[in-house]
Design a protein around this ligand. Structure first.
Ligand code: GLY
Ligand code: MN
Length: 451
């Protein structure tokens, strides 16, 4: 399908769903505020503006200007009140005139004028005496008929975002491709002995992202830093020995993310024995990931896959001699948990940890993760056209393992000590469940294969 047919189908799906939400919840309209630029304390500077994600689904992220409003009702077209101030400090956000076919776009330079049009329009929409669902973070209710952030509407919209349209999938494929380019450059830079910071720059250059476009801060972790799950700094200098690199970095296309992690063996490891052990562990983790991806199918329960990861991890850790008990014992006593304290994956989309992953239905019935896997963000049954991450890991996290040292746990501490300077391993792919129920599309590996 070409881009315009994809878009047409996307808008049809969105419109039909939002209309069904109005019908079910009996609101007259849904009014979505794009949001406002925030500033740091006592400052006129702030982080880059991130629009209301519910609006990103209707407009590309770069077309969501702050202070704009979007109103969905049973009118022929949704209304976009687009704020485009006259400003000689900043470039104007271009108005999405090309979406005229789908949206009634009205552009306002003046904020007051926009606000009074909004009030006027919402007053008209409520003439039917029904209320208006207003979804905004900072604004007070625009009119007395507006209900701020009604959960029954938000739950429904979040649930729907779990399954992507073909248009969204096309964007996510592009994000995977940009991410893969960044990863390939990062891998090369690391092989050449680059520091974390230089690898970060190599990633940005090759992916074409600047810092504020990244879907999340790059995690570029050499050596022990790889044991910090969301390591946030970038050392300017290279360590004497480069043992390992864990790079978790993605790209963003029109507001849709990729989220990719790779682990590489370093070019100047501190010990040949340790390097061989770590390389073997890395290979086993890649095989382990393949096994888990093969279990991704509509109807599967991700909590079961999380348990399957720990089961396989128990085998990897016992087969390599890191754990000295049986795999069964390691799994049952949850000895693998300190080696991998995070969830196997999450929904991916406009948000990196996309919304609705623990939600069982549009009504908002929640399914919290089990206590032993408290970090798992995806507990909802898998369904066609979800894009999920599959990101098993194994880490040598001193803080967690030290607690085990005192307990006589069946751990080969000599091996743990040998591997600790490598930090850990994570391999992460973005996987889409095919609508036919037959298998998956691995967006990440497809993207690497295209390079
Ligand atoms: N990419 C970071 C995470 O999934 O937590
Ligand atoms: Mn992830």
């Amino acid at each position: 399908m070409d881009q315009s047919s994809l878009m047409q189908a996307h808008y049809r799906t969105l419109s039909d769903f939002w209309a069904s939400v109005l019908e079910r919840t009996e609101f007259a309209a849904i009014a979505v505020a794009a949001g406002h630029q925030q500033f740091y304390l006592h400052d006129d500077q702030g982080p880059a503006f991130r629009p209301n994600p519910l609006l990103v689904q209707w407009l590309a992220k770069q077309q969501c200007s702050e202070n704009s409003w979007f109103i969905f009702s049973d009118a022929a077209k949704p209304l976009l009140l687009f704020h485009q101030p006259e400003d000689f400090w900043h470039a104007a956000t271009p108005a999405p005139d090309h979406l005229d076919e789908y949206l009634d776009v009205r552009v306002f330079a003046d904020q007051d004028e926009l606000n009074s049009t909004l009030e006027h329009h919402l007053a008209g929409a409520q003439s039917s005496k029904r209320q208006i669902a207003q979804i905004s973070e900072f604004d007070a209710a625009v009119t007395t008929q507006c209900v701020l952030n009604p959960t029954k509407v938000i739950h429904a919209l979040h649930f729907q975002r779990g399954c992507k349209t073909e248009y969204e999938l096309a964007l996510m494929r592009q994000a995977a491709e940009l991410g893969a380019r960044g990863h390939r450059a990062a891998q090369q830079a690391f092989a050449d002995g680059a520091s974390e910071f230089e690898i970060h720059l190599a990633f940005l250059r090759a992916s074409g992202m600047n810092e504020w476009q990244l879907p999340y801060g790059n995690i570029i972790a050499q050596n022990e830093h790889a044991s910090l799950l969301h390591y946030q700094y970038q050392d300017r200098d290279s360590a004497t020995h480069l043992n390992s690199l864990l790079i978790d970095a993605g790209a963003n296309v029109n507001g849709y993310a990729s989220d990719i992690t790779r682990t590489h063996v370093g070019p100047s490891c501190y010990s040949a024995t340790a390097k061989a052990l770590f390389s073997d562990l890395l290979e086993r983790m890649q095989t382990l990931q393949d096994g888990l991806i093969a279990k991704v199918t509509p109807g599967a329960n991700y909590v079961d896959l999380q348990a399957a990861m720990h089961r396989s991890l128990a085998s990897v850790l016992t087969d390599t001699g890191i754990l000295t008990c049986s795999a069964q014992e390691a799994f049952e006593s949850e000895l693998t948990v300190p080696f991998c304290p995070h969830g196997l994956g999450h929904l991916l989309g406009i948000q990196v940890h996309d919304v609705g992953g623990q939600q069982l239905d549009i009504e908002g019935q929640m399914s919290p993760p089990p206590e032993n896997y408290a970090s798992l963000r995806l507990t909802r049954p898998l369904a066609a056209n979800m894009v999920i991450t599959v990101e098993p890991g194994v880490y040598f996290i001193p803080m967690l393992l030290e607690r085990k040292r005192a307990t006589n746990a069946p751990i080969n501490w000599a091996l743990v000590d040998l591997l600790t300077p490598f930090g850990g391993i994570r391999v992460e792919d973005n996987v889409r469940l095919l609508p036919t129920g037959a298998g998956i599309e691995n967006m990440t590996r497809d993207a690497f294969a295209k390079l």
